[in-house]
Design a protein. Structure first.
Length: 95
């Protein structure tokens, strides 16, 4: 599985995103913070919408504090759906 990750260019994947993307990184998570701006820019360069949030939490926040992580996901969904409501419309209602 790790070998598969090393062969994939995740910046290219991000550039193809058509739904709004929320990046949430822990302030102390150096691994993912190293390229966070590149990922935000990749989504935007492909015509997508993205937001970046920094939180007081570790890399594995979904496991270490699931309640806080759930609140972040819910808040992120609210922000993204307000910013790009058409992205969350049923397929038959999209323009």
């Amino acid at each position: 599985m790790i070998n598969n990750f090393t062969r994939r260019n995740f910046l290219n994947v991000a550039a193809r995103a058509r739904l709004p993307v929320l990046f949430v990184n822990g302030r102390g998570d150096r691994l993912f913070r190293a390229q966070e701006r590149e990922f935000v820019d990749a989504v935007r360069s492909g015509g997508g919408y993205s937001r970046l949030f920094h939180v007081n939490g570790p890399h594995d926040m979904s496991i270490s504090d699931p309640a806080a992580f759930t609140r972040l996901v819910e808040r992120g969904h609210a922000l993204l759906s307000e910013a790009r409501p058409e992205a969350f419309a049923p397929r038959d209602e999209r323009t």
